[in-house]
Design a binder for this molecule. Structure first.
Ligand code: SF4
Length: 336
């Protein structure tokens, strides 16, 4: 791998999203990543939706809440975030003096993209006196326009912590918002956003799967649409679904969320069967195209060359930090 090649790749990083250089196919990437972690005092945080190899090399695997908590507490000098952009951004908001790396800057999120800041600012202005609770799957700009952030693990508790006479805007996920309205009885104004992965599960195909596997339990993430949630035996955050699959007595599960979580489910309960819920297209399972942009090669390259790095305007960072801190305080209060 010549220097000129690397130099070009560095120059091209904004366009490509990652360091586009060849990696020697004989290289032991697992060993190299472990070496780089030690040499650079780096921690690899991975979301449950990452590919199995990345999960296996991570120091911590979790959902958005767990990852934010871990990012806040780590002593490592470099945080390598194997997830999507808003997650790495959240880590940077909490750790301004640390280097935060993301293997591919183009690993975005359709849900975060569904709330453009300027439109959201206008929406907020139309609902004065409303407190804004935003799901963590949003950009730093939306966080800065919010009063409290939540994740699917703590959303119910956060909504319930708000005085009943306080009107609330919930953004950006209308499905999670609708689910919370049902659970808490709070009448919230919802932003019309959704996740491309969770809104395309096929009710018909899941129903047919259930006929073939009558003893299987349907477990679903609250980002799924209402008809899917209605037939679910259990609804929970990614961590909640994993925990349920470990503690529940059933032997088969139809899992309505991104397929990456099946790796941990299968690892911790090898005797059980986990079937990915099929989407409304020709595929048999549902991968997030953004999450899956990260690969083991890109992870290795970003650790080796410390690029791409997440940078952020300081004023924006400070404004976006406040609602995240409120979330972490409320979560700590409830022991979440
Ligand atoms: S699964 Fe949905 S919410 Fe999660 S990163 Fe992908 S697009 Fe965003």
């Amino acid at each position: 791998m010549g220097d000129i090649h690397i130099g070009e790749a560095k120059e091209n990083i904004a366009k490509a999203g990652f360091l586009d250089v060849d990696v020697d196919p004989t290289l032991d990437l697992f060993g190299e990543i472990e070496r780089l972690k030690k040499e650079k005092n780096a921690i690899v945080l991975a979301h449950y939706y990452q590919e199995p190899d990345i999960q296996d090399v991570a120091d911590y695997i979790g959902d958005s809440l767990g990852l934010a908590q871990k990012a806040e507490k780590t002593d490592a000098e470099i945080i390598v975030f194997a997830g999507v952009h808003f997650m790495a951004e959240t880590a940077k908001i909490l750790n301004p003096h640390k280097k935060v790396l993301l293997p591919d800057l183009k690993a975005g999120c359709s849900l975060a993209d569904s709330a453009p800041p300027e439109l959201f600012r206008q929406f907020k202005a139309k609902h004065p006196n409303h407190l804004v609770i935003s799901y963590i799957n949003c950009t730093a700009d939306i966080k800065a326009l919010s009063d409290i952030i939540c994740t699917s693990s703590n959303a119910e508790k956060i909504v319930e912590s708000i005085p009943v006479d306080q009107p609330i805007i919930f953004a950006p996920d209308k499905n999670l918002g609708g689910y919370l309205i049902k659970k808490t009885g709070r009448d919230m104004v919802l932003w019309n956003g959704a996740c491309m992965v969770h809104e395309i599960f096929s009710l018909e195909k899941i129903t047919r799967l259930k006929i073939r596997h009558p003893n299987a339990k349907i477990i679903a993430h609250p980002e799924c649409e209402e008809p899917i949630l209605r037939i679910a035996d259990f609804i929970g955050s990614t961590t909640g679904l994993l925990k349920y699959s470990q503690e529940d007595a059933a032997m088969e599960y139809i899992v309505a969320t991104e397929t990456g979580i099946l790796h941990q489910m299968q690892k911790s309960s090898p005797h059980k069967m986990f079937i990915p819920a099929p989407p409304d297209n020709s595929c048999a399972c549902n991968d997030c195209p953004h999450m899956k942009l990260n690969t083991l090669e890109k992870l290795y390259l970003c650790m080796e060359y410390e690029l791409p790095e997440i940078t952020m305007d300081e004023q924006l960072r400070v404004a976006a930090r406040k609602p995240i801190e409120r979330m972490l305080e409320i979560s700590a209060k409830y022991g979440l």
